[in-house]
Every structure is written in C-alpha cells, then in structure tokens.
Write a protein that binds this ligand. Structure first.
Ligand code: BG6
Length: 477
C-alpha cells in the first residue's frame, strides 16, 4: 500500500539544453563546452584526464550534442507529449551561449531569448510549470578558453549579467530556478561544472575549490537578485547526492565514510543552504593545500543568498573503505567507491539502490529542514523496439517504481518533499558517455550512436505507466 504524496506535488521530467536541443549554431548560439565533447566512450576518458585538449583531431570523433534530439525545432511536439503524461513541471536548462554567445558580451542575443520565450509559453499553454537550471554543464567555450573557466573571478560578473538578463526577461514566466547543476560534482570532473581541465592532479583541488567559491558567490547573488526581481520566486541549489556507506563496521572505515560524505555531500550544500563554510572544511583545506582567495564581502553575500529549497540528483549510493584494490572498485555517476555486494548494477555499472534514496532524503532533511526536490533519477538502459514499434521497458518501470515507493516512505517519515522530475524523460544524449543508446526516456527517440535515425518520437510502455502514476498522485505504482 503506497503512502500518499502531498497535494500539488510537482511530478515531471528533467533534461538539459545541451543534451537535447541541437540547433547547433542556429539562432546566433555560440559554442559551449558540450559542443566540443566527443560522443561515445572517448568522452569519459577525455573528461577524466588532466589537460583536456580542445584542439583534438575532430575528424576522429562524432559530436552528438550538435544535433541532440532536435528539441530546438520539435519542442512543441515534445511538450505536448509531456502534457499527455500529465507533467506538472518540466525541468530544463537555458543554454548560456544562446543568450550570450561568447559569455562576456554586454548585450544579449535576442534570438536566443525569444526561443526560450516560445518554450515557456508552450509549457504554460499546457499548464506545465517550468523549473529552470541556469547552468547545466554548458559554459560558453570562449569563457573556458580565454578566461580559464570558473577559476577566474571574472566569471562571476559575466554570470551576473546572464542571470539579470534572464530573470528580467522571464520574471512572469518562471518561478522555480536552480543555480548550478550538481555543484558538488565539480572537484571530480572540473571541466563539466567549472569549465576547466586541471593542469595536474596537484592543482585539481586548489583550482576546483577556488572555482566553487566563485560559484557560491555567483549563486548567492542570483538568489538575492531573484528574490528582488521575481515575485514568489523559489530558487534552489542542485546537488549530486549519494549516501556514503561504510563497507563494514571497522570504525576507521566508518570514519572514512563520514569524512567522504562531509566533503562530497555536504560541503557545498552547507555553504548554499546554511550560508557558511562548514566546520570540517578548515582541516580538509589545510591538509589538501587549498588556500581560498575570499574577497571582502563574499562571506556576507553567501550568508544573505541562501537557497529556498534543495534539489538533488539521485542515481546510486556509494560504498567505501580506506584500503581498496582496483578490482574492488565500482563505476558510478562521478562517484568512486567499491562494489556493494548487496546491490545489482545497471548496464553501465551504476548500482541500483532505491532504499538509498529514502536514506538521502532523510539525511538531507535532517540536516537542513528545507523543502526537497528530487530533480534527477532514472535508469540508463538499452531499449529494443519490437516489430510493432513498441518498447516494453519493464526494467525502467521497476527502477522508477522502487524509487518512488521509497520517496513515499520518506514523506511518511516526515520529509518535506515537493517534487520529482525523473531524468531524461525523453531519450537524449548521455552526459558522461555521449551516447544515444544510454536511454532514460518515457519517450523513445529514433536516433542512434552511428548518427542514423529519423528522430521520430514514440511512447514506451513506461510512458503510460508514468501517466497513471501522475494522475493518481503516486497511488498507482
Ligand atoms: C547527471 C547530470 O549527472 O546525470 C545529467 O546532471 C546526466 O546531465 C545524468 O545526463 C545521467 O548521466 P549520464 O552520463 O548517464 O547521461
């Protein structure tokens, strides 16, 4: 028997501009990071490297984000399908380089602004509330190459201008905003979140935390400005969350798990939600030779610009111990750790742990007592199209059902959960592997890793299942 979700619960789906829009070079858009990331397995290898080479031999690779799934031209059809499922909200991002093609201009690109006007109008026509991520792994390329990404304080100023532009333009159309996608993933893959590739392992942490400090300031300034400009605005942070389990009950391993969780799960959240660096940051920074350049007024800004709610992605938990061998290691969404003997993994090695979601919700709510929203969760899987054109993705339904059940448990525990947007509600390009074949959607898109496909959309079995979940407010699972 499922426990109830609150009235007005925000059911929906999530995407990011660079993974679905396509429209490469159209409407005056400038290049951004995703435009230069190759597709296929090469992406993960290149992303993990130090010293990413932006001048790689492009003829050797494909660039699927250039085409995405052509949402740029097909958004009306796609939004109509979201509406058919009954979406209350749709999480999307604005591509910064559509608004400021290089990132450092003084005037925005009107064509880019007009595109999102059309998208928001279409959503409202169907009664769907937009939930907009301001920065989702798509830093304008010019800011990366000329300024060195978020290591450079100048990006705060450029981001300010971008934020003020979109807040002013969309203040009557968008109430829910998220500042930086998975902000705490930055130290693992700085290129994605911070727009720079570390020169060496020695400089990774110093540069990442300096970049993060700039993002904390930029995020806090955005929160303050949003509250001023947009009546009724709700501005959240966005974390990648994975509860850290100790591999066993050896106290040293338990301590290690707690330390990992503090740094990975809570450091960024504490700054954005509580408005100050946590007590444990001092020792961690000292032991890792991180010296932050904090300018006068930064800490006050951070204190004044705390978020209204906490959103996070949840795909898996993480299990860890102090001493581990390479054979014991698992795979994950920017997250290291050892394999958990109690869990099965997806085709990409991401361990499936629905109870971990209830644990996460309780940990986050216990710490912050602010409304929570799960803005990413889902199963990346290979789908097969049957002769009659259907996709029977029962594995995806099982995954989502088991996670939603645990959310219901958390609500019953007393957690203030306000919404759920499953990731990749329509098939799109994977962020880490650049594949089309890693599918998350309720909507199948006929597009393949070799570049073939008609881009036609069709409803998977999970489409009808999710529609029923939403219309029953989570009763029928
Ligand atoms: C999150 C990102 O980390 O995970 C998304 O915010 C991403 O952009 C999602 O797509 C799933 O990861 P992947 O690599 O399977 O696309």
């Amino acid at each position: 028997m499922t426990k109830g979700f609150p009235k007005g619960f925000l059911w929906g789906g999530a995407t990011a501009a660079n993974q679905l829009e396509g429209g490469y070079g159209e409407g005056g858009k400038g290049l951004n990071l995703a435009d230069v990331l190759p597709g296929g397995k090469a992406r993960l290898e290149l992303l993990g490297q130090t010293g990413f080479d932006f001048e790689i031999d492009k003829s050797k690779y494909s660039y699927p984000n250039h085409e995405g799934i052509d949402f740029y031209h097909r958004y009306k059809e796609d939004i109509a399908l979201f509406a058919e499922m009954g979406f209350k909200t749709y999480r999307m991002s604005i591509a910064w380089s559509r608004i400021f093609p290089k990132g450092d201009e003084l005037e925005p690109n009107e064509e880019g602004l007009a595109f999102y006007d059309r998208v928001f109008d279409e959503l409202h026509k169907h009664g769907i509330e937009p939930l907009v991520t301001i920065a989702h792994y798509e830093t304008p390329l010019h800011l990366i190459k000329e300024y060195g990404g978020w290591r450079n304080r100048k990006l705060v100023e450029f981001f300010d201008r971008y934020v003020e532009t979109i807040f002013t333009r969309y203040k009557d159309k968008v109430k829910y905003w998220l500042t930086f996608n998975e902000i705490n993933g930055a130290t693992h893959m700085p290129l994605l979140g911070l727009g720079f590739s570390p020169e060496s392992e020695e400089t990774r942490l110093q540069d990442s935390f300096q970049g993060l400090h700039h993002q904390f300031v930029a995020s806090a300034r955005a929160v303050k400005l949003g509250h001023k400009l947009i009546s009724g605005s709700q501005i959240g942070c966005m974390l990648i969350y994975a509860p850290v389990y100790s591999y066993d009950s050896k106290p040293e391993n338990v301590m290690h798990a707690q330390e990992e969780s503090n740094i990975f799960n809570y450091l960024c959240g504490d700054v954005q939600v509580r408005g100050e660096y946590p007590y444990f940051a001092k020792r961690y920074f000292k032991e890792n030779n991180v010296e932050l350049n904090i300018q006068e007024g930064d800490l006050e800004t951070i204190k004044e610009g705390t978020v209204d709610f906490i959103s996070f992605s949840y795909y898996m938990s993480r299990t860890d111990k102090l001493e581990k061998t390479p054979e014991e290691m698992g795979h994950g969404n920017l997250i290291g750790g050892v394999k958990n003997p109690f869990l099965q993994a997806s085709d990409w090695g991401w361990e499936i742990d629905p109870v971990g979601l209830r644990i996460s919700l309780n940990e986050l709510y216990g710490r912050y007592q602010k409304p929570l929203m799960v803005v990413e969760n889902g199963l990346g899987a290979y789908d097969e199209v049957e002769e009659d054109g259907s996709v029977k993705d029962d594995y995806r339904i099982d995954y989502l059902r088991s996670h939603i059940e645990q959310m219901a448990e958390a609500v019953e525990d007393g957690v203030d959960l306000i919404g759920y947007t499953s990731w990749g509600c329509i098939d799109l390009v994977s962020a880490s592997s650049g594949q089309y074949s890693k599918r998350y959607g309720f909507i199948y898109v006929d597009k393949h890793d070799d570049g073939s496909g008609t881009m036609e959309r069709s409803r998977k079995k999970s489409f009808f299942w999710y529609k029923d979940v939403i219309s029953s407010n989570g009763e029928n699972l």
